[in-house]
Design a protein around this ligand. Structure first.
Ligand SMILES: [Zn+2]
Ligand SMILES: [Zn+2]
Length: 261
């Protein structure tokens, strides 16, 4: 299963949904959940791209063409869903999503890269603090790529953070997620980049497990048909090594455990 994929319904992807589905079938993937970018904040780069009528039609058409070979779910990846919550609620409540992910892509209306450049000493703290606010308030199913800031840090010449140094902040995020019934994902996009590791790092996945976390999804965060499912086997290995026996799928936002064996 690949529970994080983008198409041209997202501002930063040109992938055609039907082509993604064809590639997924070729690769033996059984289920895909599309998770397009969406923001209600006019200052967010993602704002204004999504047309839900087109997205829902793409899902319907893909299900009609490939539904006998591939289970196709309709999800969404929200930018900062803890902010402007009333607007999110208004825009999303009538759409029958299977799965809603929440992401911190911006801090204080600044993209993460720009925030990092302006806050060289505090950017990791700021990022995890924003993640805590998100998980405390947002109406979501899963937290996307928990330690995303490391991608920008490495690109900007900084180090990947030292887990022990941020363990308390990260544990607070995970405890709040567990308390609110929110899961986390293993996002394999970092395995395809110079970063060379998944998001989050396995130490976070282990900590989540040890704190009692159960809901875990695996996603490639692929923006191209060719990379659908990339790294999912590695992610399943990480999940197992961290103590998980199950991952989760979602149907109309209801989580369901699937055995990893
Ligand atoms: Zn994202
Ligand atoms: Zn994504």
């Amino acid at each position: 299963m690949d529970y994080h994929h983008h198409t041209n319904n997202s501002i930063d992807s040109k992938a055609v949904m039907q082509e993604v589905c064809e590639q997924a079938i070729t690769k033996g993937i059984k289920e895909i959940c599309f998770t397009e970018h969406y923001s209600v904040n006019p200052d967010a780069p993602t704002y204004g791209h999504m047309d839900f009528a087109i997205y829902q039609q793409d899902i319907k058409d893909s299900q009609a063409s490939y539904g006998d070979r591939l289970t196709i779910k309709m999800g969404i990846e929200l930018c900062e869903p803890h902010l402007m919550m009333d607007v999110y609620e208004k825009e999303l409540s009538s759409i029958p999503f299977d799965f809603i992910m929440g992401s911190v892509h911006n801090i204080g209306n600044q993209k993460l890269r720009l925030h990092l450049r302006a806050n060289q000493d505090t950017f990791y703290d700021d990022y995890f603090a924003e993640m805590y606010k998100l998980v405390s308030d947002a109406n979501i199913d899963v937290l996307a790529h928990i330690d995303l800031m490391k991608r920008y840090a490495v690109q900007e010449g900084h180090e990947v953070y030292v887990f022990e140094q941020y363990k308390d902040q990260i544990a607070a995020v995970l405890e709040k997620a567990i308390q609110r019934g929110i899961g986390i994902e293993i996002n394999t996009s970092g395995l395809r980049s110079s970063l060379g590791e998944a998001l989050p790092t396995p130490q976070i996945v282990s900590l989540y497990h040890d704190l009692g976390g159960k809901i875990l999804t695996l996603g490639s965060d692929s923006h191209k048909a060719e990379t659908v499912g990339a790294g999912i086997k590695e992610a399943a290995q990480i999940a197992k090594q961290c103590g998980f026996t199950h991952i989760y799928q979602f149907d109309k936002r209801e989580p369901k455990a699937v055995s990893l064996s």
